[in-house]
Each structure stands twice: as structure tokens, then as C-alpha cells.
Design a protein around this ligand. Structure first.
Ligand code: NAP
Length: 249
């Protein structure tokens, strides 16, 4: 089921920086209103100033369950027009588990789990009734090749992405039965040149290319949107999961 984006109201978490900023720009160019959630007030204010009337911003620290709960209450009350939810915000910590003091490693891990998993689940569940009231609606969650197999350096990040992938799939099953008008997609992202990957990796695509691929998949109503080199990973993983795991490790 294809989805036309013109005239829709999209909520983009982390929509003022990196891939999220490009998603915001490209959604605006397709005629959407965009509600942008982020933690940096300056970046949010700049977006609102640059796109008066088309962007509404809401500051929230998504690593705080209390702030996420308050955000959901505000969104449900003030923005019943939301018909697209893009779970994009994320944080990745490289952790040497034998070098970091355990209390520090645990604090990093909790921040990743709260931002990359807890917030996605809470926002999705909180907004599901709002989305289901529309004739057509969509939820897109950005995961990673590391949802397929982990890399050693980011053990908790990979775990949150695998969990987000599993949650998204089960949500898709439930929506296809109880609310088929709500399309549930996962975008499996490849390496993108953003702050998250600064100073590491090669062959990165631009945030603009990443966002364009996500929105094209959303318009086509794809359940799984494999972006850039993630397409190759999908193939390799089908042929040999052990080889794919070695590649990502
Ligand atoms: N870049 C890659 O190669 C790559 C690969 C695979 C998957 N991904 C995924 O793609 C998504 C976007 O990543 P990116 O590369 O664009 O990362 P990024 O440049 O580091 O940007 C992260 C975004 O998430 C927001 N964010 C982080 N922590 C937050 C918090 N506690 N509360 C509210 N917002 C928070 C940031 O908002 P502020 O600016 O307000 O801090 C920012 O907009 C993430 O889910 C990431 O895991 C990226």
C-alpha cells in the first residue's frame, strides 16, 4: 500500500541533526508539516525560524522516561493530526568493557537503552491510538546493520537495535490484524556520514541519500527499507549468517 506524503503531519525524533535533519527537510519539501523532537534547544529554534509554520519543535531528552511520558501526553493532546511517526533519534557508545569502570559502563548502557529502545516503545505505544484514527498512517523505525549482528565495540547499541527490529516486526503483525491502515516499517541503515560516525568507517553515504532512501521506501509502503550497503548485508546474511556476523564483528 503506497503512501503519499503531501499534506501529512510527521513527528521526527532527532529531527534537527544528522539523518533526522535531512528527513525533516525532505518531508517539508514533500508538503508535510513536521514536529521535531530533540534535546538541543538552539537547533530546534533555528529550524522553527527557518520554516515558520511548517516546523513545530518540542524539546525532550529521550533518555529520560519521565520526559518521554510528558512528551506523549503533550503530543496526544495537542497534535492529533500526527499520521507519521519516525523513530530516528539514537545514540551509540563505543565501550571497552574491560577498560571502563563498571559504574560508567552501566550509565552509558542505560542511556543507550533508554534512548534507542525505551523511548521508541513508549512513543510508539503512546501515539498508536492517534495514528490508528487516520485513514492512512505510518510508523518508521531506524535500525542498523548491527540489528542483524553486533559489532564488538558497541555491545549495547547493537542490542538496542536488534530489540527495536524485533519490536517493529511484532508491531507490524499486530497492526496488520487490528489496524491495517497503519503501515509499520523498519529502515535498516548503512553507514552514513554524521556526527555518530565521525572519524570512523569508510564508504559512507550522505544524510541526504539516507533520508531519500527512507522516504522512498515509506512512499512505496515497504515493510523493510534496506538502505545503501545494508542491501548487500541482507544478501550476505541470507547466504551465510556466520559470514555476515564475522563482517560486522
Ligand atoms: N550514521 C550512521 O552511520 C547510522 C548507521 C546505522 C543507524 N543509524 C541510526 O540512524 C539514526 C540517526 O543517527 P545519526 O547518524 O543521524 O546520529 P547523530 O548525527 O548522532 O544524531 C543523533 C540524533 O538523535 C538525537 N538524540 C540523541 N540522543 C537524544 C536524546 N537523549 N534525546 C533527544 N534526542 C536525542 C539528536 O538530537 P540533538 O541534536 O538534539 O542531540 C540527533 O538529532 C539513529 O537511530 C542511529 O542509530 C545511523
Amino acid at each position: 500500500m503506497s503512501l503519499s506524503l503531501n499534506g501529512r503531519t510527521a513527528l521526527v525524533t532527532g529531527g534537527a541533526r544528522g539523518i533526522g535533519l535531512e528527513l525533516t527537510r525532505q518531508l517539508l519539501a514533500r508538503g508535510c508539516r513536521v514536529i521535531v523532537v530533540g534535546q538541543n534547544q538552539t537547533r530546534l529554534a533555528t529550524l522553527e525560524r527557518d520554516f515558520p509554520g511548517a516546523v513545530i519543535s518540542r524539546r525532550a531528552d529521550l533518555s529520560s522516561p519521565a520526559e518521554v511520558d510528558a512528551l506523549v501526553v503533550d503530543l496526544v493532546r495537542d497534535h492529533p493530526a500526527i499520521d507519521i511517526l519516525i523513530n530516528n533519534a539514537g545514540v551509540q557508545r563505543e565501550m571497552d568493557l574491560f577498560a571502563l569502570p563498571p559504574t560508567q559502563a552501566t550509565a552509558f548502557a542505560r542511556q543507550e537503552i533508554a534512548t534507542n529502545l525505551d523511548a521508541i516503545v513508549a512513543l510508539t505505544l503512546g501515539l498508536l491510538p492517534v495514528l490508528a484514527r487516520h485513514e492512512r498512517a505510518a510508523i518508521v523505525t531506524i535500525t542498523s546493520g548491527l540489528a542483524i549482528a553486533p559489532k564488538a565495540a558497541s555491545p549495547v547499541y547493537g542490542a538496542t537495535k536488534a530489540a527495536a527490529r524485533s519490536f517493529t516486526r511484532a508491531l507490524r503483525y499486530q497492526c496488520s490484524r487490528a489496524a491495517p491502515q497503519v503501515r509499520v516499517s523498519e529502515a535498516i541503515m548503512s553507514l552514513v556520514a554524521t556526527d555518530m560516525t565521525a572519524g570512523r568507517g569508510s564508504g559512507k553515504i550522505t544524510p541526504a541519500q539516507a533520508a531519500a532512501a527512507v522516504l522512498a521506501g515509506l512512499e512505496r509502503g515497504q515493510a523493510e527499507i534496506w538502505v545503501g550497503k545494508a542491501k548487500l548485508l541482507r544478501l550476505v546474511n541470507r547466504l551465510s549468517p556466520a559470514f555476515a556476523a564475522r563482517l560486522l564483528r
